[in-house]
Design a protein around this ligand. Structure first.
Ligand SMILES: *[C@@H]1O[C@H](CO)[C@@H](O)[C@H](O)[C@H]1NC(C)=O
Ligand SMILES: *[C@@H]1O[C@H](CO)[C@@H](O)[C@H](O)[C@H]1NC(C)=O
Ligand SMILES: [Zn+2]
Length: 495
């Protein structure tokens, strides 16, 4: 049933801002597990249970993960241009409530900007935050505080996210993630910008606390808003690699810092905060068909959910909603046993980069057997498996495929699918039942921000109106739908 229909059926006046939600909250935390489908949770749960209990195969003892208990409904994800959405069109739907084409960052198919729930929160006097394990200017975080015709225009998105070129000024009080390259001038090594605009210096000048590495992150616990933390040039590390290398904060650590800082800044006020947290790299591990990595990224999402759930028990004025933007990989589990997924210590991406950094003419087979396969949990690989890896299009793809085959983990694609995603939610005490009653059933992704709008008492259409007025005077900030291939940091495929 549609939310608005439900309201009408209940005999409530159908005003734009009618309170369809029976739940009120001061704060909303919205968590996006990018590329997470139903089987992602299965595989993560089964692997976690195996590690905990030592059981699998014909006598498994399966334990619940935190997310298992929080399912409420189901969400449809198609975009205006495709049955299979990308993160940009999906984000425009669940951040701003409008269907658009794949690649659109909070603009409609006619090019007009649409206001997001985060912008409505900011205009309504709340504090706002975005956290992601990929570039903070990539599609999912971008849709909350930028409006551009093409998601590839990440330098433009970064400018808007800091308020440098956003027509309504600075909308985001806290940004934590990767993607420093879109903020540093073209004179800096690793920059993704074609101009010499220094957005890190701009942020400092605007009063942001700026952190760019693990040490600076550690000192943020007492920092005040506004806050900008960018801990890698592009995507942050996969959790698998990060927990070995320890040179970046984890998603859980960033989420904790974000929530504590936003809480501290708003606890004496009637107005709370809106925070979006993205577990971005579940999607990337899905694109890579990298099974253990996909499961461990999914664990991290579960860890974040568990921490947020406990936080909400202590802070019942806060609610949490969570749904993926789409499924990635077409993951199915048949002939399946998670046992072979247990021993790897690195992602296929990391091992590919180790491989690529070997000197010319190295002994490929010997290096594969002595270094790469053990680090991937395949130290007892057969000759056939070794040959298949050496013959694959890349070593990373070869090991991922060999491990998937062993574990009976089947991927139907290296892209996204149109499979519906699960809606999760949590509120403390009695509010939890009310939240579940409000959201039980199937939803279109565009309906989700309208619900949050009601919970927080906000007005997204008023933001849209302001953005359109600005666009009528000057629309250059909206960017171009067609952009130069080199305009966005060498990333040539969309997630
Ligand atoms: C860097 O940006 C400046 C000004 O935007 C431009 O004039 C210059 O050509 C750029 N340099 C490079 C190497 O792209
Ligand atoms: C995986 O690790 C377990 C326990 O550490 C060990 O007994 C087993 O031999 C390992 N399996 C492989 C394939 O390396
Ligand atoms: Zn993707």
């Amino acid at each position: 049933m549609h939310l608005r229909t439900a309201v009408a059926a209940a005999g409530v006046a159908l005003l734009q801002s009618a309170a369809a939600a029976s739940v009120e909250a001061k704060n909303v935390i919205y968590i996006v597990p990018d590329g997470y489908g139903p089987a992602s949770q299965n595989m993560a749960r089964d692997l976690a249970s195996l590690i905990e209990t030592g059981t699998t195969g014909s006598n498994p003892e399966i334990h619940e993960l935190p997310v298992d208990d929080l399912a409420i409904g189901r969400v449809r994800t198609h975009s205006a241009s495709s049955m299979i959405t990308d993160s940009a069109a999906s984000g425009t739907a669940f951040a701003a409530g409008h269907k658009s084409y794949n690649g659109a960052i909070s603009v409609r198919p006619d090019g007009q900007p649409v206001g997001s729930i985060l912008e409505a929160a900011k205009m309504g006097g709340l504090k706002t935050g975005l956290v992601s394990t990929t570039s903070i200017s990539d599609a999912t975080p971008a849709v909350y505080a930028a409006h551009v015709a093409n998601r590839g225009s990440m330098p433009l998105i970064a400018e808007q996210q800091l308020g440098y070129s956003h027509p309504l000024g600075s909308m985001v009080d806290l940004l934590l993630g990767g993607g420093r390259c879109n903020f540093s001038p073209n004179t800096t090594e690793g920059s993704c910008r074609s101009d010499d605009l220094d957005l890190l210096a701009y942020a400092e000048h605007q009063g942001f606390t700026v952190a760019v590495d693990r040490n600076e992150f550690n000192s943020l616990s007492k920092a005040k808003l506004p806050l900008l933390g960018l801990f890698s040039e592009e995507s942050m590390r996969y959790e698998m690699d990060r927990r070995v290398l320890q040179d970046e904060p984890s998603l859980l650590e960033m989420a904790q810092t974000a929530i504590k800082t936003l809480h501290q800044a708003t606890r004496r006020s009637k107005k709370g905060y809106f925070l979006m947290i993205e577990a971005a790299r579940i999607d990337h591990a899905g694109h890579a068909n990298d099974p253990a990595n996909h499961a461990i990224e999914t664990w991290m999402y579960n860890d974040v959910i568990a921490w947020v759930r406990d936080w909400i028990d202590q802070h019942p004025d806060t609610i949490m909603l969570s749904a993926a933007d789409h499924e990635t990989g077409g993951l199915t589990l048949n002939g399946y046993d998670p046992l072979p997924l247990r021993n790897g210590t690195h992602s296929s991406e990391h091992l590919q980069s180790v491989w690529d950094s070997q000197p010319e003419g190295f002994d490929e087979r010997a290096f594969l057997v002595s270094e790469i396969l053990p680090a991937y949990g395949l130290d007892d690989a057969s000759d056939d498996e070794i040959e298949s890896v050496l013959e694959a299009s890349s070593v990373g793809a070869g090991i991922a495929s060999a491990l998937s085959a062993r574990a009976g983990v089947d991927w139907s694609t290296g892209g996204h699918t149109s499979v519906d995603v699960t809606l999760h939610g949590y509120a403390a005490g009695r509010k939890r039942r009310a939240l579940q009653a409000d959201l039980a059933g199937g939803w279109d992704n565009t309906e989700l921000p309208r619900y949050i709008e009601d919970v927080l008492g906000l007005d997204m259409d008023a933001v849209t109106e302001k953005l359109r007025r600005a666009a009528r005077k000057d629309s250059s900030w909206l960017g171009k739908r067609e952009i130069e291939a080199r305009g966005f940091g060498g990333c040539d495929h969309y997630h």
